[in-house]
Design a binder for this molecule. Sequence first.
Ligand SMILES: CC/C=C\CC(=O)SCCNC(=O)CCNC(=O)[C@H](O)C(C)(C)COP(=O)(O)OP(=O)(O)OC[C@H]1O[C@@H](n2cnc3c(N)ncnc32)[C@H](O)[C@@H]1OP(=O)(O)O
Length: 721
Amino acid sequence: MTQYSRVSGSVGLITLKNPPVNQLSAVVRHGIVDTVQKALSDPKVKSVVICGQNGMFCGGADIKEFQTLANMRGPPLIPMIHSIEAADKPVVAAIEGGAFGGGLELALGCHYRIAHSKAKVGLPEVTLGLLPAAGGSQRLPRLIGVPAALSLITTGRHITAAEALQLGLVDQVADHNTVDAAVKFALSVAGQSLDARRISNFQCPPVPNMDALFEDVMQKVRTTARGAIAPIACVQAVRAAATLPYTQGMQREKELMATLFTSGQARALQYCFFAQRVVGRWSMPSGARWDTSKGRPIHKAAVIGLGTMGRGITVALAQTGLSVVAVETQEKQFMEAKKAVSNMLERGAKRSGKPLAHGKITYSQSLQAVADVDLVIEAVFEDMGLKKKVFQQLSAVCKPGTFLCTNTSTLDVDELASQTHQPELVVGMHFFAPAHIMKLLEVVYGPRSSPELVAVVMELGKKMGKVSVAVGNCRGFVGNRMLKPYRDQAYFLLEEGATPQLIDQALEEFGFAMGAFKVSDLSGLDVGWKVRKEEGLVQPGGGSGKSARIRNGVRYSPLGDLMCEQGRFGQKTGRGWYQYDKPGSRDARPDPWMHSFLEEYRARHGLVARRISNQEVLERCLYAMINEGFRVLEDGIAAGPEDIDIIYVFGYGWPRHRGGPMFYANMVGLEIVLERLEHYAQANPDMPTLQPCSLLRKLVASGSPPVNKWKEVIKNVRSQL
Ligand SMILES: CC/C=C\CC(=O)SCCNC(=O)CCNC(=O)[C@H](O)C(C)(C)COP(=O)(O)OP(=O)(O)OC[C@H]1O[C@@H](n2cnc3c(N)ncnc32)[C@H](O)[C@@H]1OP(=O)(O)O
């Protein structure tokens, strides 16, 4: 786990060996303590280099060890790093690949840091619900100054070696063999005084208006954290570094870490870290899996339809370096799209500092232009008739073996596949707007989809920088299917006495970026109205009599339809569930009109408004969504709870520090979720989405196992179906 050797006569070389990322597991910490001791007590050794094997310095503490305190054995990090800093021989960190979290804290305890030009460094603990509590919050501001340290520690962002050099975080950048460079450097500094190299002895560089700076940063962090506690503790820890002597700062760091370490938020964020990796190991009900299915390279892709989604997808594809044929048959849209795509690419290049991807896109107004591409993504208007026609044409035009993908958000992927000569080469690629920015991609396979195609699309998603989740085909797939009962409950609560702002406030206090009604105003009420009209659900004036609030035997709220009848489509019309200064404005303000609209509606339907608590809003909206999540698992649409949670965290603004809906249910307690659903279902027998699903009952009957053990119960339930 830790290898020791003497090189170049007088340099002790310590190599961390703990795949996959040389994380600081207990055995590694033991190894470091022993080998440092060995090097310091060997009179032939004049200086020391610490490096990691396989091109990676160190990925930090072993996150798996955090999950049970019982695993936290072995030498603690803080004294280990102190003993390195206190050494009387120079210790040099040779950073290849990356130094993250405890790995960077280890490097900050060394007297010098040399990084490879391609290496990255960072203190990402905040993303795991923690703070850099092995001295990182105290050493980093002393080394690079308070503002830069605050930026790195509160965001957890990884920076390049070049930026680290500019900040003074590393002393030298090597283009070739970093260990050789570090050994050479270690030889050159042997015997030199180390007084000025021990960061814990430094004073933080003075900051003018320090109180104002911290107030400002705290304000920003509170706004962006949306209830997450770790970013706030990070600011407090850096403040301690700026205002207290080192030992007192370390004490404060320890106290703050104690409040975070066992918190539910840390558990949720660490669950998300692993869940994100679990979804990459996809499987299909047929037994096909990520490790047994091989894709093939895609050189040229096409996008059909250059509306908002098509433009974003074109940009995302071009930015991966692929050749893209962008097709739009309508003249006006074609001209507008060319300009818009070009602007989006320019903005992207400016943001990332990477070269423009313009030259890779060819525009055409004819479908014939896609004859020689390897993969097509259809992004025309969400209309089954239109999409079917496009798929028939694509099947006739494209060369055999071309993969055909649809960017539908709800429609039946199998029905589209059945329009083609090779239905096994059709899948859904459900992007989220704006498609070149949003991280989530739902990859929707049908019973006939080939595993090769799923492998290709999952890989393509990765290249586009997406978190791709493979899911089965059903109406709305995973994300939108679960969103429906959540939204329905929000409407029903309005009928019963709530206001849009009461509901949104409860959801935003929970941690959602936007409540259900603000989201509806942003995406446009007319979108859902059109779908409901096609489904035959809309009645003029919302319908009348008792049946007005019932469709197909279940409870229905015509509120959204009535709003649309009044032309209140949301932000685009300047009026929706909220009012806006002008069409297109984003600043939502409560609209007094809504009060009389709801009063009149309730009076018409004999409803008496009652006081709705935040707790009821959360329970009804979230538990209805979670209940649907259990149905999704039962139906085999998602492989496991991790898939659902990652979809919600990356695509639907679910607060990451609450881990995703299924993790949240587990945290609340499955028996509590079941009991509340039973309570609400009894009170609302015409709302079947509140009837607890059998998988939830089975999990509770099995003793409510932790979320990572659900798959066993799910397997049994599915095998009985
Ligand atoms: C007192 C407290 C002191 C310190 C606190 C800490 O140090 S907390 C940990 C801080 N470190 C991090 O947050 C880094 C986490 N890792 C990463 O960001 C990436 O893994 C990394 C290092 C940038 C490498 O990325 P890459 O894309 O190359 O690989 P991938 O993410 O797929 O990871 C590969 C496998 O390694 C596992 N892993 C990564 N980091 C850790 C870790 N710190 N502890 C345990 N395991 C880790 C990861 O889960 C992958 O394994 P797999 O089996 O494939 O899921």
